[in-house]
Design a protein around this ligand. Structure first.
Ligand code: ADP
Ligand code: ZN
Ligand code: ZN
Length: 691
């Protein structure tokens, strides 16, 4: 094998072998002084007649107790590397469990034997007591059975989407004894409840999970079970999209709109998009499920009959909630009509008070943790800036610290203004900690019928740092030990709280005017999702003759986003957003990538980007790709590093990809020139989430 062209990117390496090895075989190979895990990538090449100085190191032991990684898997890895501008090796090794490297062949053989003798599969554990599907579920299922390709399942929160996934998997496994399914969720906290549901239906042996919260031995066990076909169902977060699943016939991406599917460091892949690609490559059906699909997926889906013909995905609608009551009534409080500095408006407080009196729960949602985002001196104008970042440090009252949420720099709160000595420095603005304190004050005098005090609780990244604390706090909410729950978006997702009948977003306006064009889309889905937490116990509400409520406090009560939310009208919101995006030539009507550079000085970072743009001028695809000027990031400096980025955009995905591919080697070179020397790191983000 000659030195492959990719070697410069630290990509494919050549080794000598005595026996020809099948592509996909896992091997141990020497690299420098170490021995590392490798995957045979190409067919072996004979070196007869080659230059004698091509002294290749010999390949180490092959892990031949394992079946080679399949061609489809290798194609997926190669595609992800190409598309996201990373090396094949980086993607492949991140996809494989770290402990694979350390296993001896005998150990592997023993583990596989133990696994397989457990046997596939104590299947359909509770097939006897299946619930009868609703009409909407039945119709959705019938179309998934009848057609192929990718489906967009648009179902309200609580419409029974998970039940549809379970049935699709059950039908598949019953029909095909070799088939496997991959089911993805956006967050680790959502895996336990999903795992429980799948295990109850299919038995413990059939289901494995893959996510970053697992220990290395757990990850290895799950991976081996998937690769060997013993596990029929693989559940996981975004990393699971790279699992080796030889019998893959069905992929589910639940909450497909969730930004967590996009990896934000290293190889910045979208697991949702790769799932669709993988489904096509392997002829597996793909179900993308959401109450508020991403505008990309919505735009790709074929509308109902009678409308214009649309995109490639089959759209399936399940608008009705099952078991839960109707969606909550949305109440919008116009904060311009409230007295200045109002935090919680009188009508909202009144509604919360009524819930407390009835023994129901309320959930108040504020997407900012800490006590106050800034501490300031009224005399001299000092503010709690971070010395290392272009951001303010957040005041955390609980331990009297100023903490930077970007670099982590933490100090005790000063006794007096560090600039002028004024002892009277004050918090400005409000985070969850302060809101919790405020509510505790407001309801201090209020008692339950039995004389007990009102209980306020908070769930956010600060309150859940300790292992297991999220679980115990959620359990307290479920057990009814909390009257009012304050939290960040952590509490908005997925949880099936039965007693919550009021949800409030008290300060959502920031996202309306954000420079990030996706902010309204995210806000809308977050608010719809939050609304979905309320009124999940239909029988209770019916007995009370009550309806759950979602409250929004805003200074822009007439904003179309809130108007659409009032009607729970995703369709018109999406139509309005897509119209704006089309007019502005933004995704999904254009394709984007970001080139980012970090340096000690902003001018160095921007200089690198601008030089890179000059280099791109002559490349293939350049005429179809717009390169915008380099700009600082919204938070320009983090931990004393200056950050800059350049947006690259094209109406043609192919043209953008062509340009990026040709650009990559030039960027590596540029890094080594005097202009590139000061650059600490650079990266390409394809289909970036926030720009
Ligand atoms: P989603 O995933 O759309 O939020 P789920 O599948 O979790 O909805 O269903 C919500 C609730 O309704 C669950 O408790 C589920 O067991 C129940 N459910 C789902 N389908 C049915 C059905 N056909 N009949 C009765 N209950 C159902
Ligand atoms: Zn001062
Ligand atoms: Zn900082």
């Amino acid at each position: 094998m000659q030195t492959p062209a990719h070697a410069a990117l630290g990509d494919l390496l050549s080794y000598a072998g005595t026996e020809p090895l099948v592509p996909g075989t896992l091997v141990r190979v020497p690299l420098g002084k170490r021995e590392v895990l490798g995957v045979v990538w190409n067919e072996p090449v004979s070196l007869e007649g080659a230059e004698p100085d091509m002294a290749l190191k010999p390949v180490g032991a092959a892990l031949d107790a394992l079946a080679p990684l399949g061609e489809a898997w290798r194609d997926l890895v190669a595609f992800a590397g190409r598309y996201y501008q990373r090396s094949i090796g980086e993607i492949a090794l991140a996809a494989l469990p770290p402990q694979l490297r350390d296993l001896t062949t005998t150990q592997l053989a023993r583990r596989l034997k133990r696994k397989t003798t457990a046997g596939p599969v104590a299947q359909t554990a509770e097939s006897a007591n299946l619930i009868a599907l609703s009409e909407e579920q039945t119709a959705a299922l019938a179309r998934i059975e009848a057609e192929t390709g990718t489906f967009l399942l648009v179902g309200s929160t609580g419409s029974g989407k998970t039940e549809v996934y379970l049935r699709c998997v059950a039908d598949l496994l019953a029909r095909d004894p070799e088939a496997q399914a991959l089911v993805m969720v956006p967050e680790i906290n959502l895996t336990p409840q999903l795992e429980a549901r799948f295990k109850a239906r299919f038995g413990d042996e059939a289901v494995v999970s893959l996510h970053s919260g697992m220990t290395n031995p757990q990850r290895l066990a799950s991976w081996l079970a998937a690769h060997s076909g013993v596990a029929r169902i693989v559940l996981g977060t975004r990393m699971a999209v790279f699992a080796s699943i030889p019998g893959l016939k069905l992929i589910v991406v639940d909450e497909e709109h969730d930004p967590s599917y996009k990896q934000q460091e290293g190889a910045r892949y979208s697991a949702r998009d790769l799932a669709v690609w993988r489904g096509q490559r392997e002829k597996a059906k793909v179900i993308l499920g959401s109450a508020t699909p991403s505008l990309e997926s919505w735009h790709q889906s074929r509308p109902a009959e009678g409308e214009d013909p649309g995109g490639r995905y089959v759209r399936l609608a399940m608008p009705s909630r099952i078991g839960a009551g109707e969606l909550p009534a949305v109440r919008v409080v116009d904060m311009t009509q409230q007295p200045g500095k109002t935090v919680l408006s009188a009508p909202l407080l009144d509604a919360i008070g009524q819930r407390i009196a009835r023994g129901e729960q309320s959930m108040i949602f504020l997407n900012r943790r800490g006590y106050a985002p800034v501490l300031a001196c009224g005399d001299c104008g000092w503010k709690s800036e971070c010395p290392h970042c272009s951001a303010y440090r957040v005041f955390h009252k609980i331990d009297r610290t100023l903490r930077c949420h970007h670099c982590g720099f933490t100090e005790r709160v000063p006794r007096a203004c560090p600039a002028c000595g004024n002892p009277d420095i004050a918090p400005v603005g409000r985070g969850t900690e302060r809101l919790e304190e405020h509510l505790a004050e407001l309801f201090a005098g209020v008692k339950h019928a039995d004389g007990s005090a009102v209980r306020i609780a908070r769930i956010d990244a600060d309150s859940t740092k300790k292992q297991g604390s999220l679980e115990s706090q959620l359990a307290a909410v479920h057990a009814g030990e909390v009257d009012v729950l304050v939290g960040t978006q952590m509490i908005a997702k997925g949880h099936d709280f039965r007693r919550i009948t009021l949800v409030a977003a008290v300060n959502p306006d920031g996202a309306l005017f954000s420079s990030d064009f996706r902010a309204p889309e995210r806000l809308f889905s977050l608010l719809m999702q939050s609304a979905g937490r309320a009124g999940r116990d239909a029988a209770y509400l019916a007995a009370q003759g009550a309806r759950a409520e979602m409250w929004i406090q805003t200074h822009h009560a007439q904003h179309p986003l809130f108007m659409a939310l009032r009607r729970h009208d995703y369709t018109s919101f999406a139509a309005q957003q897509l119209e704006e995006r089309q007019a502005a030539g933004m995704p999904p009507f254009a394709f984007q990538a970001l080139l980012r550079a970090d340096a000690r000085e902003q001018s160095v970072a921007q200089g690198f980007l601008n030089l890179a743009a000059d280099k791109a001028e002559a490349l293939p695809g350049a005429d179809l790709v717009t390169r915008y000027p380099a700009v600082p990031l919204a938070i320009q400096r983090v931990a004393n590093v200056e950050r800059a980025q350049m947006l690259i955009e094209s109406p043609s995905r192919a043209a953008l990809q062509r340009l990026l591919a040709a650009w990559q080697p030039l960027l590596h070179e540029l890094r080594r020139t005097p202009e590139g020397k000061g650059v600490i790191r650079w990266l390409v983000d394809v289909d970036p989430h926030s720009i």
